[in-house]
Design a protein. Structure first.
Length: 302
């Protein structure tokens, strides 16, 4: 550990020699009295403790976020392997598999299957449409909100991340909790910054990950979100990242912008200090509601 330099450090590196499990230091006592020698030793010990404290804090932050980094690496590796298998299959050449090749893989978590039901029929004849159960919608948002604690414990891991990197962390956590459906992936990336749950080829949950860039940018995010919705009672969310701005100002602006939006219908009660819930209607059809939950996250900056 003494060969590593933490992100916080002093003007001089700690002095000493590491021998097995000991740290040794020599002091010149020939021209110094006992009190001076004691002061030198105390100063050296204090310097070592300060250096170790910096190392420990950074190690704890790294360890807290390590399982998310590992899960992301697993997901990246899985996608790479699947792409390679698709390429091999498309070549049409018979290949011999290794006898010791694993048949499948498993993640050390108990994963849920999202409950997707059918919307109740109206007086008009129609084909029932997929609908994400309200309890599952709340569970998804709970998992998302838990990422706030991860950010608070490991600020250095998130301070340089952009929208796409932050989205990937949420995606990894969600895929760790939910089983895939036909494609083996429940939460899929569609476009640059959105997270989707699909059923019968349609979206039943959509989330946009965006940094707060003012009221205009937030309205454009709602435009983009409604552009994806095409089924009745679609559950949606906007994960709004705030970096370097007053959080209270953002929290004041969010309900104002949504209330002035042309598709706005009403505001719902939502028990969260940094979250809001609204009902909007889909583009071109005021009778087709969209539930929108906006969650605001304070993201560490450099």
């Amino acid at each position: 550990m003494f060969k590593l330099r933490p992100s916080t450090f002093g003007t001089t590196r700690p002095q000493g020699e590491v021998r097995e499990q000991e740290l040794r230091m020599s002091f010149d006592t020939e021209h110094h009295g006992s009190q001076a020698v004691k002061s030198m030793i105390d100063a050296w010990v204090a310097d070592i403790k300060k250096h170790l404290g910096w190392l420990q804090r950074q190690a704890v932050e790294f360890n807290d976020g390590l399982h998310f980094i590992a899960r992301q690496a697993i997901e990246d590796r899985k996608r790479k392997v699947m792409r390679e298998e698709e390429l091999v299959a498309s070549l049409g050449f018979p290949l011999k598999k290794r006898d010791d090749a694993p048949k499948t893989y498993a993640l050390p978590v108990k994963r849920r299957t999202p409950a997707i039901g059918r919307s109740p029929a109206t007086v008009q004849p129609f084909t029932p449409e997929p609908e994400l159960a309200q309890a599952e919608y709340e569970e998804i948002l709970r998992i998302v909100q838990n990422m706030v604690e991860v950010m608070e414990r490991s600020p250095h891991a998130f301070q340089t991340m952009g929208e796409e990197d932050l989205r990937q962390h949420f995606l990894v956590q969600l895929n760790g909790q939910y089983e895939g459906q036909a494609t083996g992936e429940t939460f899929n990336m569609g476009g640059k910054t959105d997270i989707l749950i699909r059923a019968d080829g349609r979206n039943v949950f959509i989330a946009e990950c965006k940094f707060w860039k003012g009221a205009k940018g937030f309205r454009e995010t709602i435009d983009q979100l409604l552009g994806y919705t095409s089924w009745r009672d679609t559950k949606t969310a906007i994960l709004l990242f705030n970096r370097g701005r007053q959080l209270s100002t953002v929290l004041e602006k969010v309900p104002e912008v949504v209330a002035e939006y042309p598709n706005y219908k009403r505001t719902l009660d939502y028990a969260s200090e940094t979250g809001f819930r609204f009902v909007l209607h889909q583009n071109g059809d005021e009778n087709r509601d969209v539930t929108l939950t906006v969650l605001v996250f304070d993201v560490p900056g450099t």
